[in-house]
Design a protein. Structure first.
Length: 118
């Protein structure tokens, strides 16, 4: 089942995969790592201007690393803000570093799962 944001992205030809909704009804989307910068800018322009949380976890030992971003659309006078969860999966050996969404710097991901902020 696609949510409104997924439909909006699809109409504009932006490649993603809808993962449905979580237990709170927040739409979850999966994107390719190389599309992250484009999607992040588009979501910011669309109004998702607040990074609620950001985390990463090992999907499997020595396998993929999931990078998860919870974005919120903050607007004046709105009691229930819209939220979206974006997931991208990284191969820890192939993609050793990526930029944080918030612009603090680069993060280097080591094979043992440790993260280092540069």
């Amino acid at each position: 089942m696609q949510g409104t944001l997924s439909v909006w992205l699809a109409k504009r030809g932006l490649v993603h995969r809808s993962l449905g909704f979580d237990y709170q009804g927040i739409e979850t989307l999966q994107i390719k790592p190389e599309d992250w910068h484009s999607i992040a800018v588009i979501l910011y322009v669309y109004g998702y201007n607040y990074l609620r949380s950001q985390c990463a976890y090992d999907v499997a030992p020595g396998g993929l690393l999931a990078s998860v971003y919870h974005l919120t659309r903050i607007e004046y006078g709105v009691n229930q803000a819209e939220e979206v969860c974006i997931k991208k999966y990284l191969l820890t050996g192939v993609i050793p570093e990526f930029h944080l969404f918030s612009g603090f710097g680069k993060v280097r991901i080591f094979k043992n799962g440790n993260l280092m902020i540069c």
